[in-house]
Design a protein around this ligand. Structure first.
Ligand SMILES: [Zn+2]
Length: 417
């Protein structure tokens, strides 16, 4: 069994699910403390320095640069320790399946096979004859993101036992609660001291994200005018009617169910209230900075139109920014983060694909706080599902890829690419 597989099989058995109903506390679940302590021990055993596990379950460590690369800027490798609350995550029983084609059967639950077909995941066809790690079908696998954690740890172990492999100072951060939107939030970047880095997270091998959505929440407050319905003529303004008009005026082709690739969207997420007053919640997403502003403008224009019809103050919109497209922060000096990642993929025989992430990444947040941080795929599939799986070869190839990648940062003293 390869080192990365052995690590992966052990790490997934530690339950570290996060809890969206306990957002105010970090970590949101005590079990993430256990995972953090466990990984602290792993990093010490590997031979990392400055291993720290803090009160919020952030794990950080340093691997000093190889001889000759001491002058190169430190590189961060980051993964998240929590697993998704979208599927059961305790008692993960990973097992390796030799995939012979057809549906990939993870396990049988209540007499029904839990399986993935090649229609659902066309990439499956590439894995015929390979070993694939699956669950027994009752839980997720938590390859998202323990594949990332195991790949980083296996890389560190390899670098320690092969001192000839070149690399800059590597800073490691394993962060909690990424699945509920916190992730790297409380990471002390000044103490960390990395110039740039990568998150190792997400799906198919070769996918590389240096772009993600810009994102905000929009709150639409509608105030009606309530009178007795028997005496309502020309007086009543029903908030439910106005709210439904608002939604009808939002461009119908720009909903998540009709968009893909680099297209943005408007997505209603919640409605709460009565005929008297109600609140509509939306999320707005766009890759393009002007497009993102344009979406807010559209909302303001719809509100103005309805206020014209029903009276000033009937509809009010407000926005709360969530994260921004990290590509906005990549200048000439950061270009090497993209070039090196693409080269490293090709060197291990993977054809990279630039995928704009249709969601936020931990890296987006780090990038905006001054640590440019695109994302490398882990090689897993079907995240957040009992059908989650990861081919063993993908785990191993990602470690090889990371080895090539860090070597490139050992040749850029001063950070000049
Ligand atoms: Zn993830």
């Amino acid at each position: 069994m390869s080192d990365v597989l052995e690590r992966f099989m052990r790490y997934v058995q530690v339950d570290s699910q996060s809890d969206p109903n306990n957002m105010d506390e970090t970590p949101s679940t005590p079990r993430q403390h256990e995972m953090a302590r466990f990984l602290g021990d792993e990093l010490r055993e590997i031979g990392c320095e400055d291993v720290a596990v803090d009160e919020h379950a952030y794990v950080t460590a340093t691997l000093p640069a190889s001889a000759g690369a001491e002058g190169c800027p430190a590189l961060l490798l980051c993964a998240h320790i929590d697993s998704s609350p979208d599927a059961p995550a305790s008692g993960v029983r990973p097992h390796v399946v030799r995939y012979e084609g057809g549906p990939l059967v993870s396990g049988v639950v209540d007499g029904v096979p839990v399986q993935t077909t090649t229609e659902q995941v066309p990439d499956l066809a590439q894995f015929v004859g390979q070993d694939i790690v699956c669950t027994d079908g009752t839980t997720l696998l938590s390859a998202d993101d323990k594949a990332g954690v195991a790949e980083i740890c296996a890389l560190l172990a390899r670098l320690v036992s092969n001192p000839d492999l070149p690399h800059p100072t590597i800073k490691v951060a394993f962060v909690p609660d990424e699945e509920i939107g916190h992730g790297a939030e409380l990471l002390d970047l000044e103490a960390l001291g990395a110039r740039w880095g990568y998150t190792v997270d997400g799906e198919a091998l070769g996918e590389f994200n240096y772009e993600c959505f810009s994102a905000c929440e929009a709150t639409v407050r509608v105030r009606g005018v309530m009178v007795h319905p028997g005496a309502a003529k020309d007086v009543m303004v029903n908030a439910i009617t106005v709210a439904s008009e608002f939604q009808q005026l939002v461009p119908a082709s720009e909903r998540p169910e009709h968009t893909e690739g680099r297209e943005g969207f408007y997505h209603p997420t919640d409605i709460e209230g009565t005929a008297d007053a109600l609140t509509l919640s939306y999320i707005l997403r766009d890759f393009d900075a002007d497009g993102f502003e344009g979406r807010k403008k559209t909302f303001r224009a719809i509100a103005a139109f309805l206020n014209d019809r029903y009276g000033e103050g009937t509809v009010e919109v407000s926005f709360r920014e969530q994260y921004r497209n990290m590509a906005e922060k990549f200048g000439e000096a950061e270009r090497c983060l993209v070039d090196f990642a693409l080269e490293a993929n090709r060197e291990v025989g993977i054809e990279p694909v630039l995928v704009p992430a249709r969601g936020g990444t931990d890296g987006a947040q780090l990038t905006f706080r001054g640590l440019p941080c695109p994302n490398i795929a882990t090689g897993g599939y079907n995240a957040h599902s009992v059908r989650e799986f990861v081919p063993v070869r993908n785990l191993e190839l990602t470690v090889d890829l990371l080895e090539r990648l860090v070597a490139k940062f050992a040749q850029t003293p001063g950070g000049e690419a």
